[in-house]
Design a binder for this molecule. Structure first.
Ligand code: GLU
Length: 425
């Protein structure tokens, strides 16, 4: 960013880091020695915007094992490989409300509740395409690298320690195998799962990986499409409802963005079209979420109004000058500005309807100040215009940029030109 202005977001992250860095509440995970003895002073924050600019503070480049955050990306790969319907047959999308390692399977099918708890993640590992455990893991690793936009290391020690501490997960896998929900053998599934947990990432990587989810599957640094927009949406949805262990509901209430945390103290969160964020601090609260990462997210969510269910501001659609008439030409004018989204179409249709009801035969639709046209807006508008033309009305679209928003209508560049067209008719 230009040196004169500096980076205001980074300055806020630095201030936040300063403020929270002496919060030593919580405990490091006792699950394996590497995590238990992690340097608990470490604290990193990073935000990546959809243009690929990363602002960071603290220990944003220190690497740690990704642990459960990998679950979101393995889910993305399983969805890309098999589609939602087929994945959904084996793993649900319901918050379990229980701890991550709970043995919580649907009674009749043996299907785990969601892919963000261990049981569900074991199932998604098995659903990833690949001839054997090695190939499946390599594909998951490659996908995480594509999301981070760089090569990611692997922590051999963590992997060995995870193997030595995997009794419960192994029991879960056996249980699901007998229930029919785990489609692969237990041993290769455990290998894929424990390896994916041992991939090394930094806080900065998490921000970029989050931004890849936020931009509908395109890595903002490399410009590469990693998965489809639909897959990104599915993953963010399950993160929103199930990503924060048994704190997911309260997280959605207080922070309000899709997120996933892991026992190493990492946290990834993202908001479509807005940002990806990575946070890291090893000490965890009773539910297994990083104390300082949660506190920092809550602070930033308030400060930047990040809650995903906040009333959208900005380009709210407005119908302007809908009363204007050019009776001398038998024409009525409807001018629209803002984004043509689902919610704005009713108003646009009513304004057109008003013109229809009068004896005007010509509709002049001024779309010059329309900022964005969503597919649904385009479809509804096109339907209305087709209908008008069927009933012998003529439609003139005013659009200086000549975007061809609808077809089958006359397109002119200005209201004056539209008036001339009407006069010459
Ligand atoms: N390797 C850990 C396990 O499955 C990951 C747990 C987590 O981060 O939630 O036990």
């Amino acid at each position: 960013m230009a040196s004169l202005i500096g980076d205001p977001i980074e300055r806020e992250l630095v201030t936040l880091h300063e403020r929270l860095k002496h919060d030593y509440r919580g405990e490091t995970s006792a699950s394996i020695p590497t995590l238990e003895h992690a340097d608990h002073r470490l604290f990193g924050l990073a935000v990546c915007t959809p243009d690929g600019y990363v602002s960071a503070a603290g220990d944003a480049d220190v690497e740690f094992s990704v642990q459960s955050i990998s679950k979101a990306f393995t889910y993305a790969l399983a969805l890309s490989d098999r589609g939602l319907e087929s994945v959904h047959e084996h793993v649900g999308a319901e918050p379990s409300g229980e701890a991550f390692s709970a043995i919580s399977l649907e009674e009749e099918t043996g299907r785990p509740d969601n892919p963000m708890i261990n049981a569900g993640a074991l199932v998604t590992c098995a659903l990833v395409s690949g001839a054997d455990a090695h190939e499946k893991y390599e594909r998951i690793h490659a996908l995480m690298e594509a999301c981070a936009g760089r090569s990611l290391g692997f922590d051999e020690t963590v992997y060995e320690e995870e193997q030595g501490a995997s009794d419960r997960n192994r029991a879960l896998a056996h249980f699901m195998r007998s229930a029919g929900s785990l489609t692969d053998e237990v041993d290769p599934t455990m290998e894929v799962y424990l390896k994916q947990c041992s991939v090394l990432v930094s806080t900065r990587d998490l921000a970029v990986m989050g931004a890849t989810l936020a931009t509908g599957g395109v890595n903002p640094l490399t410009g590469d499409r990693v998965f489809s927009g639909t897959v990104a949406r599915h993953v963010l949805t399950v993160m929103a409802t199930c990503g924060m262990y048994d704190y997911s509901g309260e997280w959605l209430l207080t922070v309000g963005t899709p997120a996933k945390s892991g026992v190493s103290g990492g946290l990834i969160t993202a908001s479509p079209g807005q940002f990806g964020m990575g946070l890291f601090s090893p000490k965890l609260d009773a539910r297994g979420n990083s104390v300082r990462a949660v506190a920092a997210s809550q602070d930033l969510a308030d400060r930047y109004e990040l809650h995903a269910l906040t009333l959208p501001g900005g380009n709210l659609p407005v119908v302007r000058e809908s009363e204007e008439r050019w009776p001398e030409y038998g024409a009525g004018v409807v001018a629209v500005q803002g984004d043509l989204v689902f919610a704005s179409m009713r108003g646009v249709l009513s304004a057109i309807e008003a013109v229809l009801e009068s004896s005007d035969r010509v509709l002049v639709l001024d779309l010059d100040r329309v900022t964005r046209v969503h597919q649904v807006g385009e479809r509804i508008l096109q339907g209305a215009i087709d209908r008008l033309e069927e009933h012998d009305h003529e439609v003139v679209i005013v659009d200086g940029a000549r975007r061809g928003i609808v077809s089958g209508a006359v397109e002119v560049e200005s209201l004056d030109e539209a008036r001339e067209w009407c006069a010459a008719r």
